[in-house]
Design a protein around this ligand. Structure first.
Ligand code: NAI
Length: 331
């Protein structure tokens, strides 16, 4: 029997990859541009499975409505699941699967791209040279070699990032609830969180967003960091208190900020808003700082990762279709 799947927040590249790899005799994907939330949940009527991404909002109300419509499976085409009320899903008998790892390298490499761009200002050099300005004024950076990089969360992405930064000649220190023996053997020093804040020249966030980690970068933690700290966030926007970070930038406590994620990103990211008035004062203020670099949740976005996301999602739904154990189920 064919399983009917409603895909929310679809971009052309999502459709292209699903169409390329789907056996259309088994799975029938219908694509909606719209995000899934309380206002759009009715689109899911008539489907058995929904497929969603990072900025779809599956709160209790939405999950309960999905259950009433007969949705049996939520297939996340991402790793993070902070946007899904798992308790509500369990109570309503909806199973939830995800793509636990698609390309840790993609995200870790993007974190390095943010660091190098902020530090060596290649984005400015590119524009300058194209306009015939060959001056070096204000392009001075610093050597990464010998600097201390603090990694918060040393799971798949954090561990990959540790190796990359060691390759750059950095001293890598880390905090994780479960320090990794393998990383210790590779020379990563695990420390208390406070020590990571205190000793790092660069801090990169790679832990999940949950009630414990929400706003972990705030006025208090900033006060413990070195002046001129570089903060990189490719994990989830909610790890950072944006108001406090703006104060840190104004006070010059923060020397550089590179973010691929932003707390209110669901209203902005993945959309072309170049001809619109952006009604988000915080991102406008962040954008006004020359030492802030924002990318719109593109860290994962490589060919290899898209392939893995597509194949794992199809695999997850196929397991459900065939009544097999769900390898990537969230419980
Ligand atoms: P993972 O589950 O392999 O690793 C997470 C690590 O964080 C684990 O080692 C865990 O012990 C640790 N952790 C949990 N709570 C912590 C705490 N309170 N303090 C410090 N460490 C803590 O996850 P993975 O695959 O490495 O992904 C990390 C995050 O990256 C995801 O949660 C997701 O939000 C984000 N992500 C962002 C992408 C992007 O395109 N920007 C793409 C993929 C993931």
């Amino acid at each position: 029997m064919k399983v009917k799947i409603a895909v929310f927040n679809t971009k052309p590249y999502d459709q292209e990859y699903f169409d390329r790899y789907t056996n259309k005799e088994e799975l029938q994907f219908t694509y909606f541009d719209s995000p899934l939330n309380r206002d759009t949940v009715n689109l899911a009527a008539g489907y058995e499975v929904i497929c969603v991404f990072v900025n779809d909002t599956l709160d209790r109300t939405t999950v309960e409505q999905l259950a009433e419509m007969g949705i049996k499976l939520i297939a996340l085409r991402c790793a993070g699941y902070n946007n899904v009320d798992l308790d509500a899903a369990r109570e309503k008998g909806i199973r939830v699967v995800r793509v636990p790892a698609y390309s840790p390298e993609a995200v870790a490499e993007h974190a390095l791209a943010l660091i190098l761009t902020l530090n060596r200002k290649t984005h400015k050099a590119y524009n300058r040279v194209r306009e015939g300005n060959f001056s070096l004024n204000k392009l001075m950076g610093f050597n990464l070699h010998g600097k201390t990089v603090g990694v918060i969360g040393t799971g798949k992405i954090g561990a990959t990032f540790c190796g990359i930064m060691q390759g750059m000649g950095c001293r890598v220190i880390a905090f994780d609830l479960y320090p990794s023996e393998e990383l210790k053997a590779r020379g990563v020093e695990f420390k208390e969180l406070e020590a990571v804040f205190r000793e790092s020249d660069i801090i990169s966030l790679h832990c999940p967003l949950n009630p414990e980690t929400w706003h972990m970068i705030n006025r208090d933690s900033l006060s413990k960091m070195k002046d001129g700290i570089m903060i990189i966030n490719t994990s989830r926007g909610g790890l950072i208190n944006t108001q406090d970070i703006l104060k840190g930038l104004a006070d010059k406590k923060i020397g550089f900020l590179g973010i691929d994620v932003y707390e209110q990103e669901e209203n902005l990211f993945f959309k072309d808003m170049s001809e619109m008035i952006i009604e988000d004062d915080l991102i406008l203020r962040l954008n006004s700082y020359p030492n802030v670099l924002i990318t719109s949740h593109q860290a994962y976005f490589t060919r290899e990762a898209m392939e893995e996301i597509t194949l794992t999602t199809i695999g997850n739904i196929t397991e459900y279709r065939e009544g097999r154990a769900l390898t990537n189920e969230l419980t």
